[in-house]
Design a protein around this ligand. Structure first.
Ligand SMILES: *[C@@H]1O[C@H](CO)[C@@H](O)[C@H](O)[C@H]1NC(C)=O
Ligand SMILES: *[C@@H]1O[C@H](CO)[C@@H](O)[C@H](O)[C@H]1NC(C)=O
Ligand SMILES: *[C@@H]1O[C@H](CO)[C@@H](O)[C@H](O)[C@H]1NC(C)=O
Ligand SMILES: *[C@@H]1O[C@H](CO)[C@@H](O)[C@H](O)[C@H]1NC(C)=O
Length: 265
């Protein structure tokens, strides 16, 4: 019966309306940069996300960048479950390319809220014999997974040049982020550094096959963002006071969650 059919369709439509969450109202916060999802606590629009992460990311339309004091690093991936972000500094030397000397410097806020994780190792290369990491601070250097950092001079096209002057390997040091955080490359007296990630899995694997870059580790501030998100809003903050807000639509903000009326609009 055509009328019955029509009724069934209407009922179906009504049921799906009440059973599925409504499409999010248009908040001012973009949730995608290229193919990378942008979720709390990050944002690419001012006033969105958590205030501690303000101005940390820059989206060029297709590519996402992590902004630091020492440069603009490409975001390779964000793992929202593990709360990690892998970044790559295009100006850093790696096993296959030697680039001019430079430092790795994060902003003060970044070094607290999103520092490199412990499975990111820094290799300080071509150090002078007076380097603090060969003397007073030599306990900051370590071997990992059976690797000696001499391997980098032998196993990497980019780093072979460090041997060519003296016919021997200049000192080097594997160390963690804290060392480069507190000492610049000038203080360390090493001409170059490189960094690589997932160091627990590098047993028996040569430096040509390591993954170069940094894995940063962050924590999500506990500000009741879930409640706002469930109500269809996006978590943000007042750009003047930094106080958390729930952004419900381009024309309405709430303190904690978006009102039901707004969701049905
Ligand atoms: C809502 O908050 C955002 C972020 O602070 C701000 O840019 C926007 O102007 C606010 N909108 C309204 C309608 O108050
Ligand atoms: C992103 O970077 C570009 C180029 O460096 C700059 O012009 C722009 O202001 C930045 N945008 C934000 C939101 O920081
Ligand atoms: C290695 O370090 C020395 C200083 O200790 C520097 O003169 C030399 O240029 C460095 N080598 C390269 C290839 O940068
Ligand atoms: C690291 O390895 C090198 C070469 O294999 C060795 O000479 C050195 O004693 C080791 N250092 C530590 C702290 O185990």
């Amino acid at each position: 019966h055509p009328l019955k059919h029509h009724l069934t369709l209407t009922l179906l439509a009504l049921t799906s309306l009440s059973h599925f969450p409504p499409a999010s109202p248009l908040t001012p916060c973009r949730t995608l940069c290229g193919t990378t999802a942008i979720n709390y606590p990050f944002s690419i629009d001012d006033g969105c996300g958590a205030p501690q992460y303000r101005s940390m990311l820059n989206c060029t339309g297709t590519d996402l960048f992590f902004m630091t004091t020492s440069g603009r690093y490409k975001v390779q991936s964000i793992d929202y479950k593990k709360q990690t972000m892998v970044v790559y500094d295009p100006a850093m030397s790696t096993c296959s390319i030697l680039q001019p000397h430079h430092d790795f410097v994060m902003t003060d806020v970044e070094s607290v809220v999103i520092p490199p994780s412990s499975d990111t190792v820094f290799a300080l290369l071509n150090c002078s014999i007076d380097s603090p990491v060969l003397n007073r601070y030599k306990n900051l250097c370590f071997n990992f997974s059976g690797h000696s950092c001499d391997e980098l001079y032998g196993g990497c096209n980019a780093f072979r040049v460090f041997r060519s002057f003296t016919n021997s390997s200049p000192p080097c040091c594997f160390t963690g982020y804290d060392t480069v955080k507190y000492m610049s490359m000038n203080i360390l007296d090493c001409s170059h550094y490189t960094s690589f990630i997932n160091v627990d899995g590098l047993n028996g694997i040569g430096p040509a096959d390591w993954v170069y870059g940094m894995k940063l580790s962050y924590a999500v501030p506990d500000t009741g963002c879930g409640r706002c998100t469930r109500s269809g809003g996006a978590c943000g903050y007042d750009t003047e006071t930094g106080v958390m807000m729930c952004l419900c639509s381009t024309s309405m903000n709430a303190t904690r969650e978006c009102g039901k009326k707004l969701i049905l609009d």
